[in-house]
Write a protein that binds this ligand. Sequence first.
Ligand code: ADP
Length: 267
Amino acid sequence: MDRYRIKPGHKVRLDRFDPADTSAFDGDKARGQKRLLKLSEKLADLQELLWAGQRHRLLIVLQGMDTAGKDGTIRHVFGYVNPQGCRVANFKVPTLTELAHDYLWRVHQQVPGAGELVIFNRSHYEDVLVVRVHGLVPPAVWKKRYDHINAFEKLLADTGTTVLKFFLHISKEEQRQRLQERLDDKQKNWKFNVGDLAERKLWSKYVEAYQDALSKTSTPWAPWIVVPSDHKWYRNLVIAHHVTRALRKLNMAFPPAAPDLENVVVR
Ligand code: ADP
């Protein structure tokens, strides 16, 4: 599973990562699903410790092309986590107030507080992705942002936040099938957005923008993990693996009991 983590300074070429890869489980979906159940329970236990300790913070960033599975990841990987202490922040087209500030302003307000696990469904990376692809600001402006982002994430890391960033990697053909499913399946119609078709035409521009972002902002304090996402079960496993591992590394324990607790009698 470590091979999906981008080493700092590595120049990423997405065509070198197979979006349909399931090699860590030899394509064995049943075994993978069993493992995911175990990891989900482990994740719930670790989040309990995180929340009880009120000390560490965990930030998960989810990025990917449309239909890559950001929503599904939140449901399937974090579904067992106690909603108390866990929050999802969505980043959409900025409002006028948000646009009146620097682009990290709205993001900084949403980072986790003590004990919290926060999932970013899209993030500040949109400011070097959609903004770049659509030319919403000149290149001289977005090119500076990689340095800002690295410094911002360093600030978070230095002040007790573990930052993990997942790029959900799907193939263009898989996206075609998922968009078609949203048209064909009545229960999925609500997810279909005509605008996604226009974005799909810009696929190669997005690949370029993602490759640059992944290459320039995978740091020791906030690594990117390229998640093979054509198979949903495998995507969930890879993410659950990395999240639980990062939480384990914090070596958390429940806070010590109040002194003299053994002499307290409940009448
Ligand atoms: P989602 O696709 O995440 O389920 P929406 O369909 O509401 O949700 O899409 C949100 C849109 O907001 C996306 O197209 C995304 O690219 C866009 N967006 C997010 N951040 C920015 C930004 N900083 N500037 C411009 N557009 C943005």
